[in-house]
Design a protein around this ligand. Structure first.
Ligand SMILES: C[S@@+](CC[C@H](N)C(=O)[O-])C[C@H]1O[C@@H](n2cnc3c(N)ncnc32)[C@H](O)[C@@H]1O
Length: 334
């Protein structure tokens, strides 16, 4: 490379214009369209577009399409020759930025930028001012009912191992797996475990078809076994879930004792099951042993099994649900 072809010279010559520097300062904090930039720097569209092209050619700005709009932003990420070198853009921009700060043109630009951003907000403010009564229906219509609850699993610690006890066809494991290190699903029924395996292979195929980023959840391990003698080592999991399974067990207390055994100290348990109900027919139809559990029963069983900080709360019934009311109980291994 000769001195005449040094990339630094291109970067410098693109910077050698006050309007371009003003534009870069605006694009540092916000992605802006050409017309928004025009409104702030008060120059015609042809001028702003020409200056943007110069900046883009020298790698100072990048852009991305959002629907029919194109948004521009400052690009400082051009790598330098070594990984520790932030590259010429970052260094040059630090110097240039310091010179722009406090200048009256900069202050005026930033005031106009605030107005432009306020106009962006106006459309959404107008929408919510007039649609608060319909928003819940529209939200469900556009995105379904359970996306927020699925997303909440993102608050889990990504280093956790979670045991889903009585995992059935793997509905819960599928929600947990993208957010934690490992899920161990245990179930006594080979048929239910087969259905879970089919679910995970179908979901992996679907996510591959969608071109979803990241690998499909390969962190789910399914184990055949009973909740009364779990095939899981002691103090090896951070959390355990028992979803709609406790009412099937002749000895729920024994299963809770096993859940406590496999949890690390301080580990958490989540139980979802039915509140007391009178659907006697469930015993024959679905093999239920217990017609739900009261709050007092749950608190007593969990405390006896060695759990503390026991909380039991009723879950609001879904409008489409035909079964008995549910509760969620949470506790920690002491
Ligand atoms: C109603 S299903 C719930 C499945 C899953 N947790 C869900 O929320 O969809 C109950 C599951 O518990 C399993 N199960 C029942 N008794 C069990 C036991 N003693 N040990 C292990 N699994 C058991 C059944 O095979 C079944 O898959």
């Amino acid at each position: 490379m000769t001195v005449a072809t040094l990339p630094l010279l291109d970067s410098l010559s693109a910077l050698a214009d006050p309007t371009r520097c003003r534009m870069l300062l605006l694009l540092e904090g916000h992605e802006l369209t050409v017309s928004e930039l025009c409104a702030v720097v008060q120059l015609p569209q042809s001028t702003v577009s020409r200056q943007l092209k110069t900046l883009a050619d020298a790698g100072w700005v990048t852009s991305r399409r959002d629907g029919t709009s194109r948004y521009y932003s400052l690009n400082l990420s051009n790598p330098g020759p070594s990984t520790r070198d932030p590259g010429p853009h970052a260094q040059l921009w630090a110097l240039t930025r310091a010179q722009l700060e406090g200048k009256s043109a900069t202050t005026q630009d930033l005031r106009r930028l605030e107005r432009v951003l306020a106009e962006r907000r106006a459309a959404s403010e107008h929408f919510f001012a007039s649609s608060s009564g319909q928003w819940d229906r529209l939200r469900e219509e556009l995105f379904g009912v359970d996306f927020a609850f699925r997303a909440l699993a993102g608050l889990l610690d990504d280093e956790w191992t979670v045991a889903d006890l009585g995992c059935g066809t793997g509905a819960m494991a599928a929600v947990l797996a993208p957010h934690v290190k490992r899920v161990i699903g245990v179930d006594a029924s080979e048929e239910m475990l087969d259905a879970a395996r089919r679910r995970f292979s179908d979901e992996a195929d679907a996510s591959e078809r969608r071109g979803a980023s990241g690998p499909p959840p390969m962190n789910i391990e399914l184990r055949h076994g009973t909740l009364e003698a779990l095939p899981v080592s002691s103090e090896s999991v951070d959390a355990a879930t028992l979803m709609l399974v406790l009412h099937h067990l002749p000895s729920p207390a024994q299963a809770l004792g096993e859940a406590a055994r496999i949890l690390k100290p301080g580990g958490r348990v989540l139980i979802v099951d039915m509140a007391p109900h009178e659907k006697e027919e469930y015993r024959q139809q679905m093999g239920h042993v217990w017609l739900g559990f009261s709050e007092e029963q749950m608190k007593k069983m969990l405390t006896t099994a060695g759990f503390t900080r026991v909380k039991v709360h009723a879950l609001p019934p879904a409008t489409t649900a035909k079964g008995p009311a549910l509760f969620a109980a949470t506790a920690r291994k002491s």
